[in-house]
Design a protein around this ligand. Structure first.
Ligand code: SF4
Length: 329
């Protein structure tokens, strides 16, 4: 197992440690890394999960139905609080913006819900995010995750006059763009020299790790990975991630034909496909569903309540480990 970075920040310097927790292996490795370095810091940790489809009330346009419940189950297992945040209306409302401002963001906090935004300039999307490393074209990551977190950090008064360590799980191995990310930097929501003295450092503890090292630490703690990995997906991004390959589109179509066809409808309506060349319909034809798409994990992934164990007595690498790469999240 690759050694954990010995150059970690001193957790004693911070009032709290916020871990961006998607439910995927890299953010899980971040949590385990922090606990491995310092169990005493456990009381400072909180997990944040950004709901891609907004507070959906059970309807899922892009994301795995099981993800929210899986994240809650992991947090409960470790006795760590988890807070959810989202853009009102989620992915679908942002995609369907037509001369309207981007929607408000909401974030749960220990003291209730905070919200911000919703009164910006009018803008029009009426198209899916495009497969690109450029976040202004691949708007989903920026508008539904990065900005939602930054808004919560700027809006919640408990971050003022205090020091926060904000942690995310990007790894250099994933893409040339991610390789350029700093392991430690000042967070974009930091305002340490301003009146509000909001000190926020951004640490990427697994940036240097390869995929094997990530699975090694998950195996060490015998943690049951998100059902998507058991299905054969190499990452727990949105179920219908724009970076999905042909086999993954065929798999999600086999598991959720109605949901996938609603995306096909919007590709036709917009006259603009997610992939620059092939519409989802073609990609499904070219792909082969994973054999697991008809198995028990398909049922688990499509439920919105997670009842499986978080710790496995007989841990094995899931089929998705070291699988097809499918882009950043
Ligand atoms: S997982 Fe894929 S579709 Fe979802 S926000 Fe990230 S890049 Fe966009």
């Amino acid at each position: 197992m690759e050694a954990l970075s010995c150059q970690h920040p001193n957790f004693a310097d911070y009032d709290r440690i916020v871990i961006g927790f998607s439910g995927g292996k890299d953010s899980l490795a971040c949590l385990l890394t922090v606990l491995e370095i310092s169990q005493e810091s456990r009381s400072k940790i909180e997990l944040w999960h950004h709901l891609i489809d907004g507070k959906s009330g059970g309807s899922h346009f892009m994301d795995w139905p099981i993800t929210e419940s899986y994240c809650r189950a992991v947090a409960k297992h470790f006795g760590i609080p988890i807070y959810f945040s989202w853009k009102d209306g989620g992915f679908k409302r942002e995609m369907l913006r037509d001369q309207t401002p981007t929607a408000k963001t909401y974030a749960e906090t220990p003291n209730g819900l905070v919200s911000s935004g919703g009164n910006g300039p009018d803008g029009t999307r009426m198209k899916f995010p495009q497969v690109s490393a450029n976040l202004s074209v691949r708007w989903c990551s920026a508008y539904l995750k990065i900005d939602v977190a930054a808004s919560a950090l700027r809006t919640d008064p408990r971050f003022e006059h205090s020091k926060t360590l904000f942690i995310t799980g990007e790894r250099a191995e994933e893409s040339p763009a991610r390789a350029k990310y700093a392991t430690m930097e000042v967070h974009r929501a930091d305002c340490r020299n301003g009146k509000k003295a909001r000190h926020i450092d951004h640490w990427r503890p697994v940036h240097h790790l390869d995929e094997k090292a990530v699975w090694d630490i998950i195996q060490k703690y015998q943690i049951n990975p998100h059902p998507a990995y058991h299905l054969g997906f190499c990452r727990t991004s949105c179920m219908k991630c724009i970076f999905g390959n042909d086999n993954q589109w065929a798999t999600v179509h086999a598991m959720d034909p109605d949901g996938t066809e609603s995306l096909m409808y919007y590709e036709e309506r917009f006259g603009c496909t997610i992939h620059r060349v092939y519409p989802i319909k073609e990609r499904i034809k070219k792909g082969t569903p994973y054999p697991t798409s008809k198995g028990s994990y398909a049922g688990i992934a499509m439920r919105d309540y997670y009842e499986e164990p978080i710790v496995l007595n007989h841990w094995e690498l899931p089929p998705g480990a070291f699988g097809d790469s499918c882009g950043p999240s």
